[in-house]
Design a protein around this ligand. Structure first.
Ligand SMILES: O=C(O)CCC(=O)C(=O)O
Ligand SMILES: [Fe+2]
Length: 380
C-alpha cells in the first residue's frame, strides 16, 4: 500500500533531520558514511589486478595478530625549533617554490627529501608549519625500501600505528589509502550521499595526535582524486575577537571508538582499544605560535561542560565555517612521485572520490606523533 501523505511527510522530516545532523557532523559515525571506507581491497594476492599494481609491496594487508597495548605518553621535540627560518638547507636557490594561495599550500620542485641533511629536515618541519601543506614533486620516496621511508619519517616523531587501517605486510606504521582497480563502491555510496567530502585532522582522538605528516602516491588516476586542505589557523583568524575569546579555554572530546567499532562490524581489525581524549578547541603551534581551530566532524563529539544544544551549535558553526572557507583552502593535485607533507595541527584535509574511470588510487602515509595539544591565552 502506498504511504499516506502524513507518513510521507513524517518520513521526509525524519530523513531531513538525519541529514542535517550528519551534515553538521555532530552525530557522524566515522567513515561509515565515507566512500573511502567503502573501498575494499578486492584483489586476491597473485591475481592479475594485484600484479597490475605499480607498488605491490605497498598493497594493504589487515593482520589480526597485530594487537598493541595503549599508547604511552612520550616527550615530543619539534625539530622545527632548530630550523634556520631562511631555509638554506631545504630550499637552495635552484629549487622552484610556488605558493598555491597566500596562507596555505606550496609546491616545491628541484629538491630530494630523502637526501636532506639534519638541518634540512629541521627546516622542513618549520617550512611545513608555515605553509601548512607542501607538495614536493619528483621524489624517490615510493621507490625506497619501506624501512628507509620510515627511518626518514621517524625523525619527526614517534610513528603512529593506526588502530584499523590497512598497511603493507610487516610495516604496520604505514597507513594505506587504497581504492583498487575496478572498485565500484562509490556508486553505492553516492546512491544515498551527495558528496564524498569528509574534513578531518588525522586521528585527533589520540592524546598526542600527529604533527608533520607525509603522504606519497604510488598509483593515481589520470584525473581526479585530488586532496583538499584547509588552513585551520586562518579559519581561527577569520573569527571575531569576541568569538575567539569565547572558544579559548574550552575543550572538546575526540573519540576513536566509532572508527574501531566500524572496523570490527565489518570483520576487520582492531589493533588497540579505542580512546577518547579532550583537547583545547584552539591549539597553539609549538614552533610558530600560530593558533588554530582543533575540532573536526569525523572525530570531535562535543564540547566539555556545555549542554548538547550549545555544543552542537558551536561545533556545527565551526564545521560549516571550515567547509565553506574556499578562501583558505588549497587543492593538491597528485602527480607521479609526489610527497605531500602537512602539519596536522594546523590543517584539515579530505580525500575526493570524484573519478569514475575505475583506475587504482593508492597512497601511503607516514604519521609521526607530536606533542599533546596545548593552548596559549587569547591575545586580542
Ligand atoms: O586519500 C587522500 O587524499 C587523503 C586520505 C587521508 O585522509 C589520509 O591519508 O590521511
Ligand atoms: Fe586523513
Amino acid at each position: 500500500m502506498a504511504p499516506s501523505a502524513t507518513e510521507t511527510v513524517n518520513q521526509l522530516a525524519a530523513d531531513a533531520s538525519k541529514l542535517k545532523l550528519y551534515a553538521g557532523g555532530v552525530e557522524h559515525a566515522y567513515k561509515e558514511l565515507s566512500p573511502v571506507a567503502f573501498s575494499k581491497d578486492v584483489e586476491e594476492k597473485g591475481s592479475d589486478e594485484h600484479k597490475a599494481a605499480k607498488y605491490p609491496n605497498y598493497l594493504p594487508t589487515w593482520n589480526k595478530d597485530q594487537v598493541y597495548p595503549a599508547l604511552e605518553p612520550f616527550e615530543h621535540y619539534d625539530h622545527g625549533k632548530d630550523a634556520d627560518p631562511a631555509f638554506p638547507n631545504l630550499l637552495p636557490s635552484s629549487a622552484k617554490v610556488t605558493h598555491l594561495t597566500p596562507t596555505i599550500g606550496t609546491e616545491v620542485d628541484g629538491i630530494q627529501l630523502s637526501k636532506l641533511s639534519e638541518a634540512g629536515k629541521n627546516e622542513l618541519a618549520r617550512f611545513v608549519a608555515e605553509r601548512k601543506v607542501v607538495a614536493f614533486r619528483k621524489q624517490d620516496f615510493a621507490d625506497l625500501p619501506i624501512s628507509e621511508a620510515l627511518d626518514f619519517g621517524g625523525y619527526f616523531g614517534r610513528h603512529h600505528i593506526h588502530p584499523t587501517s590497512g598497511s603493507p605486510a610487516g610495516h604496520p606504521e604505514v597507513h594505506l589509502v587504497h581504492r583498487a582497480a575496478g572498485d565500484k563502491s562509490h556508486e553505492t555510496f553516492f546512491k544515498s550521499r551527495v558528496s564524498s567530502v569528509a574534513w578531518h585532522s588525522d586521528v585527533s582522538y589520540e592524546q598526542q595526535p600527529p604533527g608533520t605528516t607525509f603522504l606519497y602516491n604510488l598509483d593515481i588516476p589520470e584525473t581526479g582524486g585530488d586532496t583538499l586542505f584547509t588552513d585551520a589557523a586562518e579559519a581561527y583568524n577569520r573569527l571575531s575577537p569576541a568569538f575567539q575569546k569565547l572558544l579559548h579555554g574550552l575543550k572538546a572530546r575526540h573519540s576513536g571508538i566509532e572508527q574501531v567499532n566500524a572496523s570490527v562490524r565489518k570483520g576487520s581489525i582492531k589493533r588497540r582499544e579505542p580512546v577518547v581524549n579532550e583537547h583545547p578547541i584552539v591549539r597553539t603551534h609549538p614552533v610558530t605560535g600560530a593558533k588554530a581551530l582543533y575540532i573536526n566532524p569525523q572525530f570531535t563529539r562535543d564540547i566539555v561542560g556545555l549542554k548538547k544544544e550549545e555544543s552542537d551549535a558551536i561545533l556545527n558553526f565551526l564545521y560549516e565555517h571550515i567547509a565553506w572557507g574556499a578562501d583558505f583552502q588549497a587543492r593538491v593535485k597528485w602527480e607521479e612521485s609526489t610527497v605531500v607533507v602537512w602539519d596536522n595541527r594546523l590543517t584539515q584535509h579530505t580525500a575526493l572520490v570524484d573519478w569514475k574511470s575505475g583506475q587504482r588510487r593508492h597512497l601511503a602515509r607516514i604519521t609521526p606523533q607530536a606533542e599533546r595539544p596545548f593552548e596559549t591565552p587569547f591575545e586580542g
